[in-house]
Design a protein around this ligand. Structure first.
Ligand code: M6R
Length: 362
């Protein structure tokens, strides 16, 4: 049942190229994005509100960068437990989007019910299509990740991101902000993702060696900029969840507003930064860390590794990827790092203490 893997989590990490490829094939017909009935027209909305918990919430934060950049719509993202009691105003031309692997998360379901009768449309992105959240939505977009058993969400995250990216492209198209050529370029970048993921998975051994060293730490910081910022938070969540190491994810630019006080030679600082237009800024943040004796683990591409120069504790390189899609690819080393750190510590990877796969009570 674990397909030769030691844990469900390892199996689910390894499945990502396949399930992501299947999800793409499901949503792409003749090179156009095809959504299930009754479909969605983004010219009907003025704004998007996205609500979820945990890893699904981080998928929403990544998607906020995409929706804003591609479709020009303003996006609000909130965690469901806050959203539901805050009773935020929902103007009529709002698209309300709920993301949940299980489709049964109590707070997310309550947030959805709050939007009923207020939002223009209620759309859910779920893995389990026979779930309460799916049942109560106007439109259900399955992520098609297959059963996810490990408590730590892995393949559901990258499949959520894939479906959300397709939605952002559809939004841009519906609002006249993306021509055919640009659309083709993004779709082709997405089609390359399973191959790139396979190269990332091939680095598992190297990541395992680094993870052994990370497993010795008491505290770990994850840094990222732009759409890599939510991925930093996701990397930290994964690590704390299964290895019980205290970890925090920060926007690189926030470092000097507080967290840099934590940095010394015992705190690994994991910087997730493809060589994009923000890379220079991230390098200067890394230098601030190194000047204080911090150990930087840089996860980047070959170009980024060159630009970063010397001084990093360790560097892991991934293939180059369309910058907007980097959070999907970089999720894999983040997951593998947490996985190998947990294995090194001997924790219960698939059933970490105090956690449930589906949180059906608030
Ligand atoms: O089933 P859901 O996607 O609604 O679950 C949301 C969170 O409980 C979930 O993502 C949790 O944070 C995971 N254990 C993270 O790995």
């Amino acid at each position: 049942e674990k397909g030769g893997h030691r844990h469900f989590m390892a199996k689910e990490i390894a499945e990502q190229p396949t399930v992501l490829g299947d999800a793409l094939a499901h949503y792409l017909r003749d090179d156009t994005i095809s959504l299930p009935e009754p479909g969605l027209d983004f010219s009907e909305f003025d704004r998007i509100v996205m609500v979820a918990c945990g890893t699904a919430n981080y998928a929403c934060v990544v998607a906020k960068y995409w929706f804003e950049r591609l479709s020009g719509l303003s996006v609000e993202v909130d965690i469901a437990s806050e959203f539901r009691y805050r009773e935020p105003p929902i103007p009529p031309r709002t698209l309300a989007l709920f993301v949940s692997q299980s489709g049964e998360t109590a707070d997310t379901l309550a947030a959805l019910r709050y939007c009923e009768g207020k939002a223009a449309r209620i759309v859910s992105v779920v893995n389990v299509t026979e779930s309460s959240i799916a049942r109560e939505s106007d439109l259900v977009l399955p992520i098609r990740a297959g059963a996810e058993i490990g408590v730590a969400s892995t393949k559901a995250f990258t499949c959520q991101l894939t479906v959300l990216f397709l939605l952002a492209l559809k939004g841009a198209h519906d609002r006249g902000r993306l021509d055919g050529e640009e659309m083709d370029a993004y779709l082709s970048a997405l089609r390359h993702m399973p191959g790139l993921m396979n190269s990332a998975l091939a680095r598992s051994g190297d990541i395992g060696r680094v993870a052994k060293a990370v497993a010795e730490a008491r505290d770990v910081l994850f840094l990222g900029r732009g759409a890599m910022f939510p991925l930093a938070m996701e990397g930290a969540l994964k690590l704390k969840e299964i290895s019980y190491i205290h970890a925090e994810g920060y926007a690189s630019g926030e470092l000097k507003h507080g967290p840099i006080a934590l940095v010394d030679k015992s705190v690994p600082v994991i910087v997730m930064a493809p060589s994009d237009h923000l890379f220079d800024k991230t390098v200067s943040n890394m230098q601030e860390v190194m000047a204080r004796g911090g150990k930087v683990l840089l996860i980047t591409d070959t170009k980024g590794a060159k630009l970063a120069g010397d001084g990093c504790w360790k560097t892991l390189t991934l293939p180059e990827v369309e910058p907007m899609l980097a959070p999907i690819l970089y999720a894999l080393p983040a997951q593998l790092l947490a996985y190998h750190a947990a294995v090194a510590k001997g924790t219960d990877v698939d059933q970490p203490r105090n956690l449930a796969k589906s949180v059906t009570v608030e």
